[in-house]
Design a protein around this ligand. Sequence first.
Ligand code: SF4
Length: 524
Amino acid sequence: MNFAILFIHKKNVNLWQSITANMNNRKINSINEDDKPQANCGVVGIYGHPQASLMAYYMLHSLQHRGQEAAGITTFYYDEKIGKLNYASHRRNGLVLDVFSQPELFTDVLKGNTAIGHNRYATTGAANGLNIQPLNMKYHSGILAVSHNGNLSNTNTLRRKLQEKGAIFHTTTDTEMFLHLIAHSKKTTVIEQIKEALNITKGGYSLAILTEDGLVAARDPHGVRPLSVGKLNFVDANNKNQTAYVVASETCAFDMIGAEEIRSIKHNEMILINDKTLKTGEIQSYKIQPETPVAKHCIFEYVYFSRPDSRIFGHNVDKVRRKLGKNLAEEFPTTPTEDGKKVTVIAVPDSGNTSTLGYARTNAEKNNYDTVFEIGLIRSHYVGRTFIQPGQDNREFKVKSKFNPVRGVIENRNIVIVDDSIVRGTTLKSLIKLIRKANPAKLHLRITSPPVTCPCYYGMDFPTKKELIANHFNTEEEIGKYLGIDSLHYLSIEKLIESVPKDQGINYCTACFTGEYPIEIEKE
Ligand code: SF4
C-alpha cells in the first residue's frame, strides 16, 4: 500500500535520524511512553457512600493507565467547626498507591460521603503541584470541585476574556477555566452556572464536579471522551441495604468496587446525582446545548487508550480490539514461508494482546494459513526508573529492562508481531533489534490502526507532527525497512471505522489518522 497522500513531509531520513537521536537523550519515564501517545486523564466520582474517598481511591487505582503523573481526591463533608459543608483534598505527584499510601487519609482527612478523584497526565499546563486535580474553590454560591478529562480548544480566547474581567489564574491547566466561568456566571443555581460554563467552552471534556447540590457529571457536546454512570449496592452500619452512585471514565473502575454500570453518559449530556437520586433512583439529565450534534467519539480510545476489560461509550473494548485484529488479518494476512514454516503470531504486551488474538484466529480460521499464537515477549511490570551506566545505549537498555524475547518461541520461526499503533517508532525499532537477536527466520509487523500523521488537540498527548514516523517516509515498505522488519502493514482507515460500533447519531474523531478535526481548533 502506498500512503503518500497521507504523509505530509517528503522522505527525509537524515532529518528523521537527527530527531530520533535527540529523543534518545530525552528523559523518559517508561518504555511505552516514548512510542505511544499518552493517555490523558482518568476521572471518578461517588455520591452517597460512607467510605466515599476509599471507593474513589480504588477506582483511581484501576484507571492508573490513564495518567501516572499525579493523583488527587476531594471530598465534601459537614464541618461542625464552621457549621456548614466544607471540602477536604489530597493531591500529589506520583502513582495512586504512593499518593494515598497513608490509610489515615481515608478516615481522618478525606471525610464525607461524596468524593471525586483524578489521575493526571499533563496534556496542558506544566506538571507542577498547582495543576493537580481535582481543582477546588470557594465562591459566592458555596464550594465546588472539578475533575476533568480532555482538552479545551478555545482556552486562549477564554483566558484572555476572563483576565480582562479581573480573573487571576492559579494554574496553567485549562481545567481552571471551568471554575472561573462558573464563578463569573450570573445564573442563580449551581446547575445553571455549570451549564452556562459548559456552553461557552469548546473541545473535548468529560467532567466530574462536586457541588453543594450533588455530583454533576458531563460529556462535551461531541462526547470525545468516555464517561459512564453506575451504582454500588452496599449494606450500611445499621445493616440496611443502600445504593451509592458512581461515575468513571471507564467501567473497569466500577468492577474494582463491585459497582454495576447503568449507562454511558450521553454526548451533550449533564447529569445530576443528589439525595433525590438516593431515594428514588432518578438520575436528573440536562442537555448542555439545545441542539445535540453528531457525536465524535475518540476512535483511539478503542485502539489503545482504554483497558480491554472496560466498557466505553456503552461498548466492550475487548470486542472491538478483537475485531481490529480480525480485520487486519483479512486485509493483510501473513503466509507460511515457502519452506513451510507456519505463522507464529506474537503481541507487544500488554496493549497489543487482545487484537493479536483476533489476528491469529482469523489468519488461521478464515485465511486458512497454518498459524499459532504464542507468548513471544515477556514484559516486566516493575521497571521504574533504571540507572543507566555511562556509555550504555540508553534506549536499548530501557527496552531490555521492559521486554525480554522468548528465544524458544522466536528462533528459526516465521514471526508476525501485532501492535496497536506506531507513533515515533523509536522504541519499536529497538525492540525489533532485540527480537532479531533471537534469530527469527522471518519477522513481520502488523499494526491495528492506520499511520498516525497528526497530533491530538482533544486531550491526548502526541508528539509534534515532525516527530511522527509516518510523516518521514512515503510508504509502509520504507517504514518497515527503517524499523528492520521483513514486512509492515497498517490497518486501513476504512477497516478501522468498520471495526468500531455503529450507534445512531454517533460518529468518530479520526483526526490523528486523517487530519480531519471535528471541533474547531483555536489558532495560537
Ligand atoms: Fe482521539 Fe486521535 Fe481524535 Fe485525539 S485526534 S480525539 S486521539 S481520534
